[in-house]
Design a protein around this ligand. Structure first.
Ligand SMILES: NC(=O)c1ccc[n+]([C@@H]2O[C@H](COP(=O)([O-])OP(=O)(O)OC[C@H]3O[C@@H](n4cnc5c(N)ncnc54)[C@H](OP(=O)(O)O)[C@@H]3O)[C@@H](O)[C@H]2O)c1
Ligand SMILES: [Zn+2]
Ligand SMILES: [Zn+2]
Length: 340
């Protein structure tokens, strides 16, 4: 499913994937999640502009259809998952430390990136097949619903990394801002890690489901009294809001020494300088290979997947429209088998 230009409807488009190189795996895609980043890219906001035609999709699961001659970790028929990064230099300090998302040469993204060997443009997972080096393919954990695993590969790892990096666990009081694709997984993860987790939301109607997902409290962020009551209560706040916004009130909600971590907005995030005293702001992006494997193991162990609404691939335009108006609980997962 491709868009020919900025905010143009997506339509079926036929193109060829590259012939398999020795280390490549061809994946027949079963499900692909719809990430808010796809919507940003489709709107072609400058920070995420990808060339057109644009085939979005960077969190998918599927079945290995073919393997290159040098592939060792995968066999035809294996169930696999792929995320937002399909290659990196693999030799820089960041790559060798397992932080491929910070590769000094910039990682190759699943769509809108340039292949490191032939320079060709990458097209994403809203498609029936993907060809990718085995180094960036992950085994699908047994026993988890594949449609709900797809969103773990972007939304999941993006919130997993900061929770792991800040050692979130028993005794920590965590706030998650925004109950969407990233946010609902952050609530599930923080709870399963043993933290006391609270949701900051603009949607009071989500309070009940937030509690069902594991939140012990809900703060309606548009209510000044509730925000005032939240002051100095949190060790760590993870903000997933997808638009430009001011985070001063979230900084006030963390205890001295606490951190507000931004993973959502691609546009300007602002704050009053005074709000920063004794607190810090951190920015994080989706994670590397070791973190992704660790997250998938954790999800298998705790039976965690995204809450998904499965739609046929052809409904992607409807999915975009609903995502834009905050009408999703909590991730669309496109059934790509409907296009075969
Ligand atoms: N750093 C990274 O590597 C990375 C990776 C993936 C995604 N992202 C970015 O993370 C952001 C969230 O992605 P997502 O897929 O989770 O999006 P999503 O499913 O649309 O969820 C975003 C949530 O933010 C809240 N929200 C929406 N519009 C808002 C507004 N105008 N003001 C305040 N709150 C608003 C809503 O929660 P409530 O209804 O509860 O308020 C919404 O459910 C996007 O900008 C995406 O591009 C970053
Ligand atoms: Zn994403
Ligand atoms: Zn590198």
């Amino acid at each position: 499913m491709a868009a020919d230009g900025r905010a143009q409807p997506l339509h079926e488009w036929e193109f060829d994937r590259r012939d398999l190189r020795p280390d490549d795996v061809a994946v027949s895609i079963d499900f692909c999640g719809v990430c808010h980043t796809d919507l940003h890219a489709w709107h072609a906001e400058p920070s995420t502009a990808a060339p057109f035609p644009l085939v979005p999709g960077h969190e998918f699961v599927g079945t290995v259809a073919e393997v290159g001659s040098a592939v060792t970790d995968f066999a035809v028929g294996d169930k696999v998952a792929v995320g937002n990064i399909v290659d990196s230099c693999r030799v820089c300090q960041m790559c060798t430390a397992g932080h491929e998302q910070l590769c000094v040469e910039f990682p190759t993204l699943t769509y809108g990136g340039a292949d490191r060997r032939d320079g060709s443009l990458t097209y994403g997972g809203y498609s029936t097949e993907y060809v990718v080096t085995e180094a960036f393919v992950y085994h699908l954990p047994d026993g988890l619903d594949p449609a709900g695993v797809a969103p773990l590969m972007c939304a999941g790892i993006t919130v997993w990394e900061p929770l792991a990096q800040w050692n979130i666990g028993p005794g920590a009081t965590v706030g998650v801002v925004g109950l969407g694709g990233l946010g609902h997984l952050a609530v599930k993860f923080a709870r399963a890690l043993g933290a006391d987790v609270h949701l900051f939301t603009t949607s009071p109607a989500k309070a009940e489901v937030a509690r069902a997902l594991g939140a012990t409290g809900v703060v309606v962020s548009t209510d000044a009294d509730q925000m005032a009551d939240a002051r100095n209560r949190f060790d760590f706040i993870l903000d997933t809001v997808p638009v430009a916004h001011d985070i001063s009130s979230h900084l006030a909600a963390v205890r001295p020494g606490g951190t507000v971590c931004q993973v959502g907005a691609l546009d300007a995030v602002t704050f009053e300088p005074m709000a920063l005293l004794g607190r810090s702001v951190a920015m994080a992006g989706s994670g590397g290979r070791p973190g992704t494997r660790q997250m998938l193991d954790f999800c298998a162990q705790h039976n965690i997947t995204a809450d998904v609404e499965v739609l046929p691939a052809a409904a992607v335009n409807d999915a975009f429209a609903r995502l834009e108006r905050n009408d999703v609980r909590f991730r669309f997962s496109l059934d790509m088998t409907t296009m075969r």
